[in-house]
Design a protein around this ligand. Structure first.
Ligand code: FES
Length: 492
């Protein structure tokens, strides 16, 4: 019986994105069975994923690392090994499955043997007994094949078994989202890392905002929590995502933010982790939030930064919501702005900065799988970087194109964009120098977009930059077929 696995699991097994597998299904290179695929087909299409038997775990780690690297487009994430109890529980489950498969095979064998006796009985009264004998011999041969003592499981099947021990899959039934819990990570941590906007507050078992309902499968508490469930909630299998890991594949009902309106306003005391002043016209400010007060936001949103009496600065977040403790900002040098002057001249590592927010609706349209075109002007790249990292983590778009128009010959995060292009099959990056005071040049600078995409009507377009440039870009693209419903603009 062929083993069927979900697209997420198959993608994780061979270290590619779900989108790449969906494309193979779309191109009829891979057959899909109600959203699942055959392991045998995966092994046939991706023969490079075959492993040496004695290196299964090491190779699996590399595959998972490669998948994470592809998803984030940055440095390798570490595969966490499950703790002893989780490992034992997952092994017990795999063993249970193995025993039940063996029992099923034995029942099928018995059934075949009985069928064979019936055929032989029928052959005695038949005018064509040789046809019955032929059938009986065929069944005999088939049983013989099942009885071969050393039937080798395929490499992909072995790998799938190891993956089930190392990571458990979570299905959110009310939204259809899926993700994996590596090692003994909390379900909340794993869901956020996968780019989902799961509801949460303290991350520490106090507020109860991360509660979810367990529909099927097994979970395990990984830390005690103060939040108390009502008797009714207990009876309905409610649990805290921040305090539990998944032992087996699980199905849950959980709240996810559907739009910016679902994200609460927060006031978080953060610390400066690093200030990077390598560029002449922009500094990169990295803040770290406390572990128990992380910033919930949607990719593309702004926050207000403040310190003491200095007037606050509203600025886009440049990092991914999947890393909610490490928040990045791209601050353009501007001596006339007191907060920026303070950041560039006085602020140093470990100093405190307050984060208020988030705000803004320059967020990803997660209901559409259209190809996405991002157009950034100078530090308008910041929210677009956040959107790109989020889209890549979610495996959201079939194709992502970034155009970065910059006053310098080489944009300040040029290497980061090139690294994305190298790591991701569905990402393309182009940049051009542009005098930001000369709006007349804009049309010719946007020509590559129009040439490459003569039909912009089915593309989702996100534009971010100074008011004049962003508005003019919108006007030009709307004049070239772009659909106003699919176009979002953010002025900085
Ligand atoms: S996030 Fe507060 S209890 Fe889980």
């Amino acid at each position: 019986m062929p083993r069927l696995v979900s697209l997420s699991r198959a993608a994780k097994l061979v270290g590619i994105t779900r989108g790449a597998l969906q494309k193979k299904i779309h191109d009829r290179e891979l057959e899909s069975f109600e959203g699942q695929v055959k392991l045998d087909d995966i092994e046939r299409i991706f023969p490079d994923a075959v492993l040496e038997d004695n290196h299964i775990i090491e190779d699996l780690e590399k595959i998972v690392e490669k998948a994470l690297k592809k998803a984030r487009g940055e440095k390798l994430a570490k595969l966490l090994a499950p703790d002893t109890h989780t490992l034992a529980a997952r092994l017990q489950n795999v063993t249970k499955d193995h025993a039940s498969t063996k029992t099923q095979i034995n029942k099928f064998k018995e059934l075949l043997t009985e069928t064979q006796s019936k055929i032989l009985e029928l052959s005695k009264t038949s005018s064509t007994p040789e046809r019955f004998t032929e059938l009986s011999n065929w069944i005999n041969d088939s049983i013989g094949k099942i009885q071969t003592p050393d039937v080798e499981p395929t490499s992909i099947l072995k790998k799938d078994t190891v993956l089930r021990v190392m990571a458990a899959q979570v299905h959110i039934t009310n939204t259809g989202h899926e993700f994996f819990v590596d090692g003994s990570n909390s379900i909340l941590e794993a869901g956020l890392s996968a780019g989902l906007a799961l509801n949460y507050g303290c991350s520490n078992g106090n507020c109860g905002k991360c509660k979810a309902k367990l529909i099927s499968g097994e979970i395990k508490k990984i830390k005690p929590h103060d939040f108390v469930f009502s008797e009714a909630e207990k009876a309905q299998n409610y649990f805290l995502c921040c305090s539990n890991t998944a032992i087996t594949e699980i199905e849950i009902e959980a709240d996810e933010a559907g739009s910016e309106k679902d994200i609460p306003q927060q006031n978080i005391p953060a610390k400066v982790k690093k200030i990077d002043k390598n560029s002449d016209d922009v500094l990169i400010l990295n803040l770290k939030t406390p572990r128990t007060k992380r910033l919930r936001f949607l990719a593309g949103q702004n926050v207000e930064l403040s310190h003491g009496d200095i007037p606050p600065l509203e600025i886009p977040i440049a990092s991914c919501p999947c890393d909610d403790m490490n928040i990045q900002f791209h601050v353009p040098y501007d001596d006339s702005n007191p907060f920026i002057k303070y950041v560039s001249e006085t602020l140093s590592n470990s100093d405190s900065v307050h984060i208020n927010g988030p705000k803004g609706s320059f967020v990803l349209d997660e209901n559409s799988n259209n190809a996405v075109i991002f157009i950034a002007f100078d530090t308008g790249f910041a929210p677009i970087k956040s959107l790109i990292e989020h889209a890549v983590t979610l495996e959201h778009a079939e194709f992502i194109q970034l155009y970065w128009l910059h006053k310098n010959e080489t944009p300040y995060m040029h290497n980061q964009c090139r690294a994305w292009e190298d790591a991701l099959d569905n990402f393309k990056y182009q940049h051009q120098q542009l005098d930001m005071t000369d709006i007349q040049q804009l049309e010719s600078k946007l020509e590559p977009v129009m040439k490459e995409y003569p039909d912009l009507s089915n593309k989702n377009i996100y534009i971010c930059g100074a008011e004049k440039m962003a508005n003019k870009t919108q006007e030009i693209l709307l004049g070239h077929n772009a659909n106003s419903d699919n176009l979002k603009i953010q002025v900085i």
